[in-house]
Design a protein around this ligand. Sequence first.
Ligand code: ZN
Length: 239
Amino acid sequence: MKKPSASKGLIEDLVAASRILADQQVLDAYGHVSARSDKRADRFIMSRSLAPALVTAKDLMELDVDSEPLPGDKRKGFIERYIHGEIYRARPEVMAVVHSHSPSVIPFGVTRSKLRPVYHMGSFLWSGTPVFDIRREREDNDLLVRDRPLGLALAKSLGKCTCVLMRGHGMTVVGDGVPEAVFRAIYTEMNARLQLQATQLEGPIEFLSDAEGRGSTAANRGTIERPWELWKKRALGRK
Ligand SMILES: [Zn+2]
């Protein structure tokens, strides 16, 4: 199998990301992470259809601008790879995407309650958390983003935000690199859990202001290597 056109460092980061997200229980047997190729901006790299905890470098596939495998690669890709491809097409600055079925996020996709940043680790959510309702796109659906038109509709719902919730399904987050997308997937789940806890207490909930959200998002970018190294060691160390 031809090696994906991406640097060795990016391949290593992607394998680590799959293991980390499984280790942190953001992904179980479902969900996936991808990265835009650092050698060809019109392509992206993600695993073949496989549980994230089992992903190795050999399982990574290169997908073209339409989310299809390169000629000759007969391996089975994820059904929902169109989520990734259409976001890369719509958002040139996005370098990595995580799609998960993060449990604490689900209630916010099926109610009127908005997921909003309750603490600095979730500050990137200040940009808004639109809800993608697949039924509005296709009445007869199986909840999966299984083709390009659905991927395009999801990317439209995401707009310029960092996170889009998917009604009755999960969420998708984007980042400027693999560590940032992983960070956001982990802290979207935590923020959702904390917001649900806060609703049990005397309200109203004091959310981060937009200015705080913007400032804290920039500050977190400066320290992302610290959790990334820790998560990587935990996830890869025990294999
Ligand atoms: Zn899914």
